[in-house]
Design a protein around this ligand. Structure first.
Ligand code: AVJ
Length: 323
């Protein structure tokens, strides 16, 4: 029953549109060209990402899930929180593991999903209300790289930022994001991060260039988004999918490679964009972490490391920090 759902709207529909126009203009006129990964996730892109999470090569989602299953109790106890605030309210299964653990430690009072999509938020919230009667749910439509200082505060929070999404920020933006988050939290609140770890480059590349071609379709889909939203005339079939390991920066980079020279029109920006044959446009970085590195970044941002859990192969980590 929707009338009981409180939703703070920190982000107006026009803001997303303006952001897309700004990001597309800056990225398409830069050298080399870039597009931010946040525009992958329209309905098609979100469905393709769901498929990615089930690929044999993409170990991250299932490893994170296994870690949460194993350690949710310890996380809840260490956090001592009575509110779960989740940045990106996408996957309700992870949410349930944490909600159940908080409930079992006796403190669960509220759940705060934060998402840019009001409809994703509403869906997530409706499903949860059925199974957690009495839970105060207070969503926020917000862009988590902007509104961290204004997120709802219903009690002592465990802030969850899972799925490895932190790796999508370029390092300077990552430092800003973590520092803003720390500043927006009260002393004694906790942050739970899910991060992918540095490993054999061959496995990393395979995870971003799967044999079924799902990641390639996911990557090209961003062009379809620009065609629809900005009236552009990208031919997605004229771009090849590229996934490379950048050993110096320790990140995976996804690119789209023009297989011929072409001129792309972007009417909404009053822009035409020339691609040379073989030109590569960066569409995503996905940074991989080391335990010492992520701890140092958290401390730099004003957090204190509480605990770090990894799986037996050291593929992925859950990191609990506090303010
Ligand atoms: C959801 C952002 C963590 O970087 O691994 C999956 C997105 N990109 N395959 C990632 C993604 C290509 C994913 N994150």
């Amino acid at each position: 029953n929707e009338e009981h759902i409180d939703i703070d709207v920190l982000l107006q529909p026009g803001d997303l549109r303006e952001g897309l126009e700004h990001d597309a203009r800056v990225g398409l006129t830069s050298t080399p060209k870039t597009l931010p990964p946040k525009y992958f996730y329209d309905a098609t892109g979100s469905e393709l990402f769901e498929q990615i999470t089930r690929l044999p090569e993409y170990y991250q989602t299932r490893t994170e899930h296994a870690l949460l299953t194993e350690h949710a109790g310890a996380i809840a106890k260490r956090a001592g929180a009575d509110v779960l605030l989740e940045l990106g309210s996408g996957s309700s299964e992870k949410t349930r593991l944490l909600l159940d653990a908080l409930r079992d430690t006796g403190g669960l009072a509220g759940y705060v999903p934060v998402d840019v999509s009001a409809s994703a938020l509403r869906e997530a919230v409706e499903a949860l209300r059925r199974d957690y009667p009495g839970l105060a749910v207070h969503g926020a439509v917000a862009d988590y790289d902007h509104h961290l200082d204004r997120l709802p505060h219903l009690g002592t929070r465990l802030v969850a930022f899972l799925g490895g999404t932190l790796g999508n920020f370029p390092p300077p933006a990552r430092a800003t994001f973590l520092a803003d988050l720390a500043r927006g939290m009260e002393p004694g609140e906790s942050l739970l991060l899910g991060v992918d770890l540095v490993k054999d480059p061959a496995r990393l590349v395979a995870a971003y260039d799967d044999s079924a071609g799902v990641t390639a379709a996911f990557n090209r889909n961003v062009l379809t988004v620009l065609n629809r939203e900005l009236g552009a005339d990208f031919d997605p079939a004229a771009f090849g999918h590229v996934a490379v390991w950048d050993a110096e920066n320790e990140w995976i980079e996804m690119r789209l490679r023009a297989t011929r020279s072409m001129l792309v029109q972007v009417p909404a920006l009053d822009l035409h964009v020339a691609f040379a044959e073989g030109e590569e446009m960066r569409t995503e970085i996905s940074a991989k972490f080391r335990s010492e590195g992520i701890e140092a970044e958290l401390v730099e941002a004003g957090f204190e490391l509480e605990e770090l859990w990894t799986d037996a192969s050291g593929d992925y980590a859950l990191v609990l920090a506090s303010t």
